[in-house]
Design a protein around this ligand. Structure first.
Ligand code: ADP
Length: 337
């Protein structure tokens, strides 16, 4: 992505509903008018409607519903998260690509987004449905200077960021009358999902490479159901999308920017050793504390009540014999009874 591409889009967006002359743009960007025309053509080919009128110039009429790196970058003032954004039309899994790039030493904060994942993954190799054009499927590579034992806080930070971003967009889209009710129904399901009325809107899959003392890199994969109208048979009773909640189409780029922005804030807290703050906020938004649940872990089934979350983010379950069990995310499935 060239900075000219991004600046050109910025100029067109800043001058929405007005025409900007090719000459003005070429002066602002310091390139020829022919070069400007080529960049405009590139965006038209991507689906932008950009009108050009002789003697007046260019104006942007419509932005396509498409993930475009420059659009995400515009107005994103993060220091680290999103400093590099790579977009694919189709990919096996953004986490796989992120891992490959992380091994090749990509920058911390790099974001990989795809319009479609053909082999999107949940935990333990479960399938994550990622149909083309309707959701946000992306991964963030980070290199946090924290001990590996603190790595669960990457998932915690990401789930808080998704929660905030989703609530924020719902607030904007659904309007003030409905939103309080709706907002209160959006919760975090321990350890890695965001639910609306018990149906999954988003899932998070964190992976990492570390030795005893150091995290080499962490990868936070995030999938958000944004504009799907239908779900396949296997998840139709357990999944929902923001469009189904709000009855309106959601701007995916805007939502993605919110997630990246909120994530940077939580990530900064984590780096500064403020994980207690993250934990408190996380606990207050979990939907399981005090609930009777079933936990499937390592082919065993546990029944009991969730009484707390440990300082490391583990779920503490009290069974019928009052014995306490601690579970961490990786190999556990949780259902409410
Ligand atoms: P679980 O939620 O069952 O503990 P995971 O957190 O690993 O497991 O998420 C994977 C599961 O999520 C899949 O097995 C499937 O049931 C469900 N799923 C897959 N894709 C989606 C999606 N786009 N939206 C909601 N749920 C999904």
């Amino acid at each position: 992505m060239s900075s000219i591409d991004q600046k050109l889009l910025e100029i067109l967006h800043e001058n929405k509903n007005k025409y900007v002359s090719g000459e003005d743009i070429s002066n602002m960007l310091g390139v020829s008018r022919t070069a400007i025309w080529k960049h405009i053509k590139k965006y038209r080919d991507l689906g932008y409607e950009i009108e050009s009128v002789t003697n007046r110039g260019y104006t942007i009429i419509k932005v396509p519903d498409r993930i475009i790196a420059e659009e995400i970058m515009i107005g994103l003032e993060n220091k680290e998260i999103g400093n590099e954004i790579i977009v694919f039309d189709s990919i096996d899994s953004t986490n796989n690509k992120a891992k490959e790039l992380a091994r090749d030493k990509c920058k911390s904060g790099t974001v990989i987004v795809a319009e479609e994942q053909v082999a999107g993954r949940g935990r333990l190799g479960r399938k994550w449905h990622s149909p083309v054009g309707s959701g946000l499927w992306f991964s963030i590579v980070v290199r946090p200077d924290i001990l590996p034992i603190k790595s669960p806080f990457l998932t915690i930070s990401a789930s808080l960021a998704v929660l905030d971003a989703v609530r924020c967009i719902v607030n904007e889209v659904c309007g003030k009358i409905n939103n309080k009710n709706i907002k209160n129904k959006i919760k975090i399901k321990w350890p890695n999902d965001i639910l609306f009325e018990e149906k999954k809107i988003a899932g998070i899959l964190s992976e990492m490479s570390a030795d005893m003392e150091q995290i080499k890199y962490g990868i936070i994969g995030i999938g958000i159901n944004v504009n799907q109208d239908f779900f396949s048979e296997d998840i139709k009773d357990t999944a929902t999308s923001l469009k189904k909640i709000c009855y309106k189409k959601i701007d995916r780029i805007k939502l993605l920017k919110y997630v990246l922005n909120y994530f940077e804030g939580y990530y900064e807290k984590l780096i500064k050793g403020k994980e207690n703050e993250l934990l408190e906020k996380w606990k207050s938004n979990l939907n399981v504390i005090g609930e009777e649940v079933i936990i499937y872990s390592n082919k065993k089934t546990f029944y009991g009540k969730v009484i707390d979350i440990s300082t490391q983010g583990e779920l503490i379950l009290q069974d019928k014999k009052n014995i306490l069990h601690k579970f961490w995310a990786g190999d556990v499935s949780l259902r409410k009874t």
